[in-house]
Design a protein around this ligand. Structure first.
Ligand SMILES: C[S@@+](CC[C@H](N)C(=O)[O-])C[C@H]1O[C@@H](n2cnc3c(N)ncnc32)[C@H](O)[C@@H]1O
Length: 277
């Protein structure tokens, strides 16, 4: 599963190259997340985007709340370069490094946000305890993450190619926050209250345009399970795999787009004012 070293290196570079198609893939989920941020975010104060990647959610929030100071934190320099290259907002900056350290550096924080940037901490309880310690009284936490692997067809459809076993839930990776009870318990232990998880179903758009299947194959050759397999296999075996990936994308082609049904959680929580029993 994807770990910090991979985000700093190969995986971060691929996501930086593919940020336009990645934002497109998550677009319908992003609308739900941004609506929740609009309902929650203070007008002023400080917000931190955890694992901001190429910056789409931080940029959206900067536009919604021009007087809120927003920091996007990420461990991938490549993704931060992409983020800086696409935004020039006076209330937005991007910092390189672990989000926990970034939070401590700009505390107190009134709002934490993240689109799928929270599932890669080696010790999530320690990370969310530290986020709580750097939170202002009454601070909000709003983030999305994937629900179960079996509900996410961009992963599950490829199981016949890469194996049926869902990834282990106790290791950093895209499905590390899939178990609702586990995450709720972890957030409560970390000190967060008012913890709520809302299921959000969305269409993960892998391909569109004049040749949606070719577009999807190009995208999924860089991001996700096929990308890893392609990298690890012998050159001679690649055409066969790409053909199989194209077949799976073809089966999802409808109305001029290749969409994979996907399932996320939208988590919200609050930091109690200090001293509240
Ligand atoms: C699935 S990507 C999501 C990126 C972005 N939020 C988006 O929606 O496009 C996960 C991100 O978390 C970042 N990341 C992983 N571990 C991190 C950590 N400890 N501190 C900060 N960022 C981290 C990765 O570099 C990557 O950009």
């Amino acid at each position: 599963m994807t770990n910090s070293a991979e985000w700093i290196g190969r995986v971060g570079r691929a996501w930086a190259d593919e940020w336009r198609r990645t934002d497109r893939a998550f677009a319908s989920l992003t609308r739900t997340l941004v609506a929740s941020l609009d309902a929650t975010a203070p007008q002023e104060g400080r917000a931190l985007d955890i694992g901001c990647g190429a910056g789409e959610t931080a940029i959206a929030l900067a536009d919604l709340r021009p007087r809120l100071a927003i920091t996007g934190a990420d461990i991938s320099e490549d993704l931060l370069a992409a983020a800086r290259g696409r935004s020039e907002r006076p209330n937005l900056d991007f910092v390189a490094g672990d989000a926990v350290a970034a939070a401590a550096a700009v505390a107190p924080i009134d709002l934490y946000l993240s689109r799928h940037g929270v599932m890669f901490f080696p010790d999530p309880l320690a990370a969310f305890t530290a986020f709580h310690a750097s939170a202002a009284p009454g601070a909000h936490l709003v983030f999305t993450c994937f629900r179960d692997w079996s509900l996410n067809s961009f992963a599950r459809d490829f199981a016949p190619l890469f194996g049926e076993a869902p990834p282990p839930a106790d290791q950093p990776g895209p499905f590390a926050f899939a178990d609702e009870a586990r995450v709720s318990d972890m957030l409560a232990k970390a000190g967060w209250t008012g913890i709520q998880a809302e299921p959000v179903d969305f269409a993960f758009r892998a391909g569109e345009g004049p040749d949606p299947v070719a577009d999807a194959v190009a995208f999924l050759s860089r991001i996700g399970p096929a990308a890893r397999a392609l990298l690890e296999m012998a050159e001679a075996d690649r055409p066969k795999l790409l053909e199989a990936v194209a077949g799976i994308c073809q089966a999802r082609l409808a109305g001029g787009t290749v969409d994979f049904p996907a399932a996320a959680w939208l988590w919200t929580a609050t930091a109690l004012p200090k001293g509240t029993p």
